[in-house]
Design a protein around this ligand. Structure first.
Ligand SMILES: *[C@@H]1O[C@H](CO)[C@@H](O)[C@H](O)[C@H]1NC(C)=O
Length: 271
């Protein structure tokens, strides 16, 4: 039993150590290769996660194999915090991504997106001017709209209406259906005079660097992407959490073994 759980902690931590290598490599790759704002914004958290997992795994490995009790204590304490953090992030991700979905428009192949449908917390993040400027330049760099324009060149209006558009294409590259603008191309529309019920209609601009990038529909389209990404993160987190709890339990067992071997526990006990 003593050998078993100490070896198991060793093996599990070795697995975590191996896992941390591709995470770290991925983060470094992102920071070197990522030339656009969008690719860069994740590199630091990914590198931090990789380094953190690596340090924790090494502490667990040495603590269990070399029977270093204080190291194992520290390791279990950090693991406990990690379990709490991952659990909180998972619950938070589920709560935040609970609300919001694209709305079908009759006679259209695409959905339209309304900012008000998404959770207040997410709305605050995209309504922050500084955040939105970064995301906006990232959208422009990713050429999401110019690619759409190139793909749908010379497509007649009825075919355009039947197109399936992604949330970003629908929200950022074309005016809302409510505006009733006249179609020239996917990203070129003739504005109709008068007031519009939807404030996004006033914001629309045919200039390729403007389009609907400052519309609420564009922010909503982005949140739709964020929402599906977080759903995936939450599911991965649950698997990760189960793994962490198993490692933690086995680690607790190893700590008891260390104490026993060092003569703190039941003296004279031999398995
Ligand atoms: C939109 O179409 C009109 C009419 O064909 C054209 O004159 C104008 O240059 C186009 N605008 C953009 C931004 O492509």
């Amino acid at each position: 039993m003593v050998r078993c759980s100490n070896n198991l902690v060793g093996i599990l931590n070795f697995v975590v150590f191996l896992l941390s290598i591709p995470i770290l490599a991925g983060g470094i790759w992102l920071s070197q290769k990522g030339s656009t704002e969008c690719e860069r914004f994740l590199d630091k958290p990914v590198i931090a996660l990789g380094v953190f997992l690596m340090v924790v795994a090494i502490a667990g490995l040495i603590g269990s194999c070399c029977r270093v009790t204080w190291l194992l204590w520290t390791y279990l304490f950090v693991m406990f915090l990690l379990i709490l953090v991952v659990f909180s992030i998972t619950v938070f991700a589920f709560v935040v991504t609970n609300k919001g979905a694209g709305e079908t428009v009759s006679g259209r192949g695409y959905k339209e997106y309304r900012l008000g449908d998404y959770s207040n917390w997410l709305q605050k993040r995209v309504n922050d001017g500084g955040n939105w400027n970064k995301i906006r330049s990232c959208l422009a760099e990713s050429k999401v709209c110019s690619k759409l324009e190139a793909k749908l060149i010379d497509v007649p209006v009825n075919n355009f209406y039947n197109e399936h558009l992604t949330a970003l294409q629908s929200g950022c590259c074309k005016p809302s259906d409510q505006c009733q603008f006249t179609y020239i191309s996917a990203t070129n529309w003739t504005k109709t005079a008068g007031t519009h019920p939807n404030p996004d209609c006033q914001i629309w601009d045919n200039a390729p660097e403007k389009l609907c990038f400052d519309c609420e529909s564009c922010k909503a389209g982005l949140l739709d992407n964020v929402k599906s990404a977080w759903k995936k993160v939450a599911i991965v987190n649950i698997v990760f959490l189960v793994f962490l709890i198993i490692v933690y339990s086995v680690g607790c067992c190893a700590l008891r073994n260390n104490k026993r071997d060092n003569g703190y526990g039941h003296t004279g006990y031999k398995p």
